[in-house]
Design a protein around this ligand. Structure first.
Ligand code: SAM
Length: 246
């Protein structure tokens, strides 16, 4: 199965494609958009545009740009924008976020659950920086270790993650100041994983007679086993709102 399709099915019943509740997304957006006074927002790895559509619906003066490699997800974002009556205020680009060249600067740049596109937190911040207007805010969601990871967790997530303190220190040393942040609760982390594995398994049972149904059920089961039997005690997720220090 195409990995974009797997991701789309697995995320269909969750507010966004990262372990954050509706209320956390609302609060983080409010901070990143400075209570709605921001005028331009960019989302690198926007997927179906969940963050941008919420932002546009809440703030009539806002214009948004989204970038993603998944053409189908961008189509869904466009349809969502039309349904909400905000399509005139969104631009969607089917391009690698690493190569996206904007003609303007943004008051807020988002990258949540897509830092792997750049190779981790610091390369993501380096990519965000040229897009930010003076005084602009970056909203970046990234994994971290809640406890010393074992070999199996490292095999799944690689050795690019750090603990929460070190993650924030890396951003500080790179010239960023956290002006807000949210560490996903265990409830948010669990809800995300139950939703991911559950939605995929549910779809698989509806397609049990097709080869893709069997494949989806196997992928959901493997993911659930890796989570419950492996990385659940170690993996955390933090969303930082960052401003350039100088
Ligand atoms: C886990 S989803 C997160 C989507 C969205 N930020 C959210 O929070 O709902 C990661 C997204 O990053 C996109 N992506 C991965 N690599 C990318 C790249 N090099 N350029 C643009 N988008 C990329 C994927 O297609 C996917 O839509």
């Amino acid at each position: 199965m195409d990995r974009h399709l797997i991701s789309r099915i697995a995320h269909r019943d969750h507010p966004i494609a990262a372990p954050l509740s509706d209320e956390s997304v609302r609060r983080l957006l409010d901070r990143a958009l400075r209570g709605g006074t921001a005028e331009r927002v960019l989302d690198l790895g926007c997927g179906e545009g969940a963050w941008l559509l919420r932002a546009l619906a809440a703030h009539p003066q806002l214009r948004a740009v989204g970038v993603d490699l998944d053409a189908h997800a961008l189509n869904l974002a466009r349809q969502g924008a039309e349904r909400l009556g905000v399509a005139r205020r969104i631009g969607l680009h089917h391009v690698d976020a690493k190569e996206f060249a904007a003609k303007e600067e943004f008051d807020a740049v988002l990258c949540v659950g897509a830092t792997h596109a750049f190779g981790g937190l610091l390369p993501t911040l380096a990519a965000v920086r040229p897009h930010l207007a003076p005084g602009g805010l970056a909203l970046v969601g990234e994994g971290y270790w809640q406890a010393e990871p074992d070999r199996a967790a490292l095999d799944i997530f690689g050795d690019g993650l750090a603990d929460l303190h070190a993650t924030v220190d890396h951003a500080l040393a790179d010239g960023w100041t956290p002006v807000y942040g949210h560490t996903s609760t265990q409830e948010e982390l669990d809800d995300y994983e139950w939703s991911w594995t559950g939605s995929l398994a549910d779809w698989a049972l509806d397609h049990a007679a097709e080869p893709s149904g069997g494949e989806a059920l196997r992928i959901a089961a493997e993911h659930r086993a890796e989570w419950l039997g492996g990385y659940r005690p170690f993996f955390g997720f933090v969303t930082l709102v960052l401003r350039r220090t100088a």
